[in-house]
Design a protein. Sequence first.
Length: 350
Amino acid sequence: MVWDSWRAERGPLALVCAAILAANPDNSQPWLFRITERGGQVCIDLFADLRRNLKAIDPYQRNVHIGLGCALENLLLAAGANSYATDITLAPDAADVTHVARIDLAPAGVVAPDLYWAIPQRHMNRAGYDTNRPLGEDMLAEIQALNQDDPDARLFWFTTAGDRRCIGDLIVEATEATIHDTEQAADIVRWSRMSWQDVQQHKDGITLDTSGVTGPTLAVAKMLPTFTPEQSNQAWLKNTRETHVATAATFCILAVRDKSAPVQQLRAGRLLQRVHLWSTAHGLALHVMHQMPDRAGREESLGIEPRFGHALRDLIGNPAWQALSMFRMGYPTVEALRSPRLPVEQVLIS
Ligand SMILES: Cc1cc2nc3c(=O)[nH]c(=O)nc-3n(C[C@H](O)[C@H](O)[C@H](O)COP(=O)(O)O)c2cc1C
């Protein structure tokens, strides 16, 4: 399992092992890597695997690119820890939109910051958070400072009780809208792996272990026959309302200047991963919750009234910024579990 063996590899493969441990949409793992070593020059090319996209949930592949940005961040942290300096080119081939990054490697000294060591500890935490522990202003300021070099990305925080209630209600409403949208609901179910056999076969998707169900309920759920899609949807809605939004210490919208620009999506993904690694290293829990941005994308693709598009715009309150991603944070009440990964050989191409 790459969660345990990720540091056993040497050379550029070690960087790919770190990359595939990143957050990514619905654990679809929409990435492919090509390692080239020629005449002493080492290079890793990162590609989007669009066969593994989320269809109606992500009609413009924004989530795919955010996930690839998350992978890129891990890869670059691992480069430093494995004695490589990097030279990154985003979108290096105008003729191939799936070719999202080229990373040229050169020998250098070892740089292994705390964020690197947090890579295998970082997991999406979908359980309840400690409602007695708010996030201090100093902590939020430190997270804000993680974005020092991307003028096109910005974090908007919603921490007061009033703001949290307002966003929580919108997220619940977006979850209901997703469930009632037959295509979107079906595309979520496609990545649901509720039985042990499914997990072993696919090594991807959302599993019972990572669903946020904990303790005896998890043990009982594992013994039950597989849920129907309707049961899964209702459980998701209930957890969203009663656990996810009810216990969030803060919500955050990750906004960019232009949410349609793949390069900005990639860089936003890097920032999202950095925030999650930092949170992990500081004992905080994080949960990406994309119901609102995903509904906004769906509204765009169907040309229907932009209920959530407008709600996100109003929450940001600044026309210079567009919402791309969203998450909640807080202090964990339970440890989050690992999600499955495809073996590294399956994501390498020649
Ligand atoms: C762009 C993007 C969108 C995501 N949307 C959601 C979401 O709406 N709800 C959710 O529970 N998790 C969401 N996630 C978290 C992924 O499901 C999670 O990263 C993936 O299952 C891998 O698990 P891990 O992060 O614990 O390694 C999202 C992640 C990314 C990068």
